[in-house]
Design a protein around this ligand. Structure first.
Ligand code: ZN
Length: 164
């Protein structure tokens, strides 16, 4: 599978997440041999689990499937720049490469905010690539999700953590 094909799958997972009412983020994890180990989208509401980000879910599934807590030389594709929690988990899992589509200046922790992989306390740094051709599409999936949600009541939006 090419990078473009894998990130397209991650975008499909993001759209599926939106269909479940989740913030639309999708991820795909390929093993060292290029085989698809896992694909999933956010399931925070569904699982009532604040850690059920797409990236965490694919790493968990893959680690179980491989019976190995280290995902050495794997590549994680995700529609949005990972947050600090997911970046930390990627370092612990020894993910070899991270490819993401849209930047997240508000919640991202790779190119923004804490820039986790650049910190001296980070002991494993995946190769990081942002895939510009898919950034606009990934951003549009998020924007249309939040646009649709603006019709919700104000308390529901506050509860969902949307500040704007
Ligand atoms: Zn995350």
């Amino acid at each position: 599978m090419t990078d473009a094909e894998a990130i397209a799958l991650a975008l499909e997972e993001a759209k599926s997440a939106a269909g479940r009412g989740e913030v639309p983020v999708g991820a795909v994890l390929l093993g060292a041999d290029g085989a698809t180990l896992a694909r999933d989208g956010n399931r925070i509401l569904e699982l009532k689990d604040p850690t059920a980000h797409a990236e965490i879910l694919v790493m968990r599934t893959a680690a179980r499937a491989l019976n190995n807590e280290r995902l050495i030389d794997s590549t994680l594709y995700v529609s949005l720049e990972p947050c600090a929690m997911c970046a930390g988990a990627m370092a612990m899992a020894r993910v070899g490469r991270l490819v993401f589509a849209a930047c997240d200046p508000k919640g991202g922790a790779v190119l923004h905010g804490p820039r986790f992989f650049e910190q001296p306390t980070c002991h494993h740094r995946p190769v990081v690539e942002q895939t510009e051709p898919h950034a606009a599409e990934a951003g549009e999936i998020l924007k249309s999700f939040f646009r649709a949600r603006r019709s919700w009541s104000e308390p529901a939006r506050r509860e969902a953590g949307e500040t704007k």
